[in-house]
Design a protein around this ligand. Structure first.
Ligand SMILES: [Zn+2]
Length: 327
């Protein structure tokens, strides 16, 4: 009896350990499958995660975009551009970057209907593109070397289509983040490892307000620009005079004081003083100086989608390095 009992226990143990092994293998396989899916769709998953986090951080509950709508947005965004152009076709709006006629720009944050559903561009990127097309020789056949800081996907794609442009992008965090492309180089803009006088054009949108030593970054832009070159910068102007406090370091406190967890200041129009200190000759362009009144909403270049509630100014700063400069 005892021998039979021992044999029975051994069989049971074997079955249990086999079953655990199979379960373990199954779990391992499930984990591998999940990892495989996560690897294949890490961009999409990251978008979901980061967008959800941003929405929760930036939007009051009543203004949150519903999960269902976000999923629809995400699915549409993964479609090829020609299909998106067809699906979203309309006569009311036009995106100058992807040349799409669309029914409306999508909501980016509450009250800000500025997001092109076809190429993902925002109002500031469209303004920069219009400026480059209309008021510079950017599209002339003369070869140009361009440095794009914190590269936005929509602009990056457009720049790469320009046969005369030698394109380089840089970012302190050169990985895929939301609507930013992975940058080609890891780059600290307060210490740019590029030779003097090496770029014709620099594009930098909404970056300087998160840089503690922004004056140093402006000096670096000036140093690497060729004489006669120019930098196009956009920063939101939210107050009369620039306010900064470098002692505020925690993301939550920065969110409270500056409106964003990565910002260290809010700029006023006196940002031009800092740019001039770096050596630039600065010209400021408001949206209405670049786009006719009738087209402001059609092209979605106002930071606020509703003209009557527009409260923020988002001028474009063209910072030129004089052609007779020697550095
Ligand atoms: Zn577009």
């Amino acid at each position: 009896m005892a021998t039979a009992h021992i044999a029975s226990t051994a069989v049971t143990d074997t079955v249990v350990s086999l079953s655990e092994m199979v379960q373990g293998l199954y779990n391992h396989r499930s984990c591998c499958t999940l990892l495989f899916i996560a690897r294949r769709h890490k961009g999409l998953i990251w978008c979901f995660y980061s967008e959800g986090k941003n929405m929760r951080a930036m939007n009051p509950v009543s203004e949150r975009i519903t999960l269902r709508r976000r999923i629809i947005y995400k699915v549409i965004r993964t479609l090829p551009q020609p299909i998106k152009k067809l699906l979203l076709f309309g006569h009311r709006h036009f995106c100058p970057i992807c040349q799409s006629r669309i029914r409306r720009f999508w909501r980016f944050v509450p009250h800000f209907d500025t997001w092109c559903p076809v190429c993902g561009s925002l109002e500031r990127q469209r303004l920069v593109w219009i400026f480059l097309q209309q008021l510079t020789d950017f599209l002339s056949p003369r070869p140009k070397k361009l440095l794009h800081i914190a590269p936005e996907k929509a602009l990056e794609k457009r720049f790469k289509q320009c046969a005369n442009v030698q394109y380089l992008s840089g970012d302190l965090n050169p990985y895929l983040r939301g609507d930013l492309s992975p940058a080609m180089l890891r780059m600290d803009i307060t210490d740019i490892r590029q030779p003097h006088n090496s770029f014709d054009v620099i594009i930098c949108n909404h970056v300087l307000m998160g840089i503690p030593n922004d004056r140093r970054a402006m000096q670096e832009f000036y140093r690497i620009l060729k004489p006669g070159g120019f930098a196009v910068l956009t920063e939101p102007i939210t107050i009369g005079k620039t306010f900064e406090d470098l002692t505020v370091v925690s993301p939550a406190e920065r969110e409270r004081v500056f409106g964003h967890h990565e910002y260290v200041r809010q700029y006023g129009l006196d940002i031009t003083d800092r740019l001039k200190e770096a050596g630039f000759s600065v010209r400021t362009f408001e949206e209405r100086e670049l786009v006719q009144e009738d087209d402001l909403l059609r092209l979605g270049v106002l930071q606020c989608g509703f003209e009557d509630t527009a409260s923020l100014s988002q001028p474009l700063f063209c910072c030129e390095k004089r052609a007779d400069t020697y550095t």
